[in-house]
Design a protein around this ligand. Structure first.
Ligand code: HH2
Length: 269
């Protein structure tokens, strides 16, 4: 058991189609206001994304993605000193985001999505989140298959971290994420959460994204609407905290911060 309080990464989706809040913060003013509200609520990191990675999502081109995220990153950077991450598969978007003040590249393809992703991350010298995904968002939930999901995800993440370091990314800049919901059935997700210690044991900070995910509906059929998944999101965030996750990615920042504070107050003494 670990009692270190994980940091809370607040989600800012500047997209029309994100699974839980698509379209709500599409315009820059709404997204900026939302981001600053998450900071007030206690977010330690803001994760700003302009392309949905929900199952079945269609890709957007780099120009459109940049037009969505850059004004938000710039405006937040001008008003807040904390870490900003950009959630993107595209090196060009990561490059522009870092120039605008982002310090973290959160890549759901673990820097394997484009031929120049590794090299770009090394050049930028930014932090990176390497996440496991089987397949690609458009088709990843069609028929996810594993022999031993925990062993395969752990081996993939260890390999991607190795590749990143070989390309010149500093070890201290790497975090890992098992990618709950990315090419995984509910059983796969539960197995990964159950054995999260094996991902933490790889020796890198672990980021966990469970907020409002479909796994919650798989366990509680009444939670078909992502807005009805707060209880499950908090339960899984605390589960991750107890297993030593360094960062919890959350839409409901105020509630997540409060849950973690209470957990830490009891667990840490
Ligand atoms: N989940 C989502 C997006 N990015 N990044 C990391 N590192 N880990 C995650 O679990 C993760 C992620 C999906 O959530 P959301 O951003 O709310 O939805 P969408 O991809 O539809 O915008």
């Amino acid at each position: 058991m670990s009692f270190a309080l994980p940091k809370v990464m607040g989600v800012v989706n500047v997209t029309p189609d994100s699974f839980s809040d698509g379209g709500r913060f599409l315009g820059a003013p709404a997204a900026i206001a939302h981001a600053l509200k998450l900071v007030e609520q206690g977010a330690d990191i803001l994760d700003i994304g302009g392309e949905s990675t929900r199952p079945g999502a269609e890709p957007v081109d780099a120009a459109e993605e940049l037009a969505r995220v850059l004004p938000v990153i710039e405006a937040v950077r001008a008003r807040w000193d904390g870490p900003i991450s950009v959630d993107t598969l595209k090196p060009a978007v990561a490059r522009a985001a870092v120039a605008a003040g982002a310090g973290v590249w959160n890549d759901v393809s673990a820097l394997a999505g484009r031929p120049d992703s590794l090299e770009t991350a090394a050049q930028l010298g930014c932090e990176v989140v390497l996440m496991h995904m089987q397949g690609e968002p458009r088709t990843m939930q069609a028929d996810p298959t594993y022999g031993d999901v925990v062993a395969e995800v752990a081996a993939f993440l260890a390999h991607r971290a190795e590749q990143a370091m070989l390309a010149g990314v500093a070890r201290g800049n790497i975090s890992l994420d098992p990618g709950v919901g990315f090419g995984k059935t509910a059983e796969h997700n539960l197995a990964l959460l159950r054995d999260l210690d094996r991902i933490v044991a790889l020796g890198f900070p672990v980021v966990l994204g469970v907020s409002r995910k479909r796994l919650i509906q798989a366990v509680d059929a009444s939670a078909a609407d992502p807005a009805d998944r707060l209880g499950g999101s908090l339960a899984l965030a605390l589960w991750g905290a107890a297993r030593g996750c360094a960062v919890v990615r959350a839409h409901d920042v105020r509630e997540t911060v409060q849950a973690l504070k209470l957990w830490a107050a009891v667990a840490g003494g």
